[in-house]
Design a protein around this ligand. Structure first.
Ligand code: CP
Ligand code: NVA
Length: 308
């Protein structure tokens, strides 16, 4: 089964061909109204289940729209709609869903749930975010960087803040797409060493630099995300804010990165916490392109999964 579970577990050439396919599909649509069907309809007669055990704006809407543009149909399901949360096992849910739909996208909590779904489904499964990873976001980020700046290979990408799920998939991408990665944040919030080791094993730099000013020197791209993720306890909020205050992306920090550095955030953003409005709305920010590119990147991911 061709599952899209994370960046570091997907073959390098396939990742590259998905990014290239996304660029071509985006260009082919031009400025067509959003619901205009694509000229090619590779998902005709296909049904896609979109399961959300956590809230979502971008993932929900971009997947739903992408399936429709490619001629398929969707069922958007919340965790509470399913028997999943009421004692039916993930494995049994996977077996049943596979009899009704051709592709499953799931946003869930534990990564084990995603893997159990993939193991027992007989249709492809896509990771729409877990507590540990967020690969669809990073496909959109690579597409966005390359639209603005050309090949990402050999560039320097800096993550400031919490070493979270989105950060982990970005580090995987460093290894797979061949860019250098620097994490800057406080030690308790470091990304998992396994992702840093994976990137280094692919021959790129993966470094930790505690000083955000030094970290962003020479950066081609500066990235951050919320300081408190959906799976983090609300009680962690105050502590996180105290730990991370010095890692805010503001104009002073972007000035250290230099005028050519881009800024990205997967969104939703908390303005004046992890990023100031001056940066979000400033000339280096490509966050709206990044959000749009979820659509185009995921269409390529779905085609790859289905081999269509
Ligand atoms: N970036 C992202 O995944 O956004 P949503 O949580 O709105 O889907
Ligand atoms: N790290 C964030 C990403 C949201 C898209 C979270 O998990 O809440």
């Amino acid at each position: 089964m061709t599952n899209f579970l994370d960046i570091h577990t997907t073959p390098k050439p396939d990742l590259r061909s998905m990014i290239d396919a996304a660029r071509v599909m985006k260009a082919a649509r031009g400025d067509a109204p959003k619901a205009t069907p694509d000229a090619e309809q590779p998902l005709a007669n296909r049904m896609v289940a979109l399961i959300f055990e956590k809230p979502s704006t971008r993932t929900r809407i971009s997947f739903d729209l992408g399936v429709r543009q490619m001629g398929g149909q969707t069922m958007v399901l919340s965790g509470a709609d399913l028997q999943l949360g009421h004692g039916e096992t993930v494995a049994d849910t996977a077996r049943v869903l596979s009899r009704y739909v051709d592709l499953i996208m799931i946003r869930t909590f534990e990564e084990a749930t995603l893997h159990e779904m993939a193991e027992h489904a007989t249709v492809p499964v896509i990771n729409g975010l877990t507590n540990r990873t967020h690969p669809c976001q990073i496909m959109a980020d690579v597409l966005t960087f390359e639209e603005h700046r050309g090949p990402i290979a050999g560039r320097k990408v800096v993550w400031s803040g919490d070493g979270n799920n989105t950060c982990h998939s970005l580090i995987g991408a460093a290894g797979q797409f061949g860019f250098d990665f620097t994490f800057t944040g406080p030690p308790p919030l470091d990304p998992e060493a396994a992702f840093m080791d994976f990137a280094r094993a692919q021959g790129v730099r993966a470094e930790i630099e505690r000083d955000p000013v030094r970290a962003v020197e020479g950066a081609d791209l500066v990235v951050t995300d919320t300081w408190v993720s959906m799976h983090d306890p609300v009680s962690a909020r105050e502590r996180r804010h105290n730990q991370l205050r010095g890692y805010q992306i503001n104009e002073a920090l972007m000035a250290q990165a230099g005028p050519d550095a881009l800024f990205m955030h997967c969104l939703p953003a908390h303005r004046d916490d992890e990023v100031t409005s001056a940066v979000m709305d400033g000339p280096q920010s490509v966050v709206w392109d990044e959000a749009e590119n979820r659509l185009h990147a995921q269409k390529a991911v779905m085609r790859w999964c289905l081999g269509v």
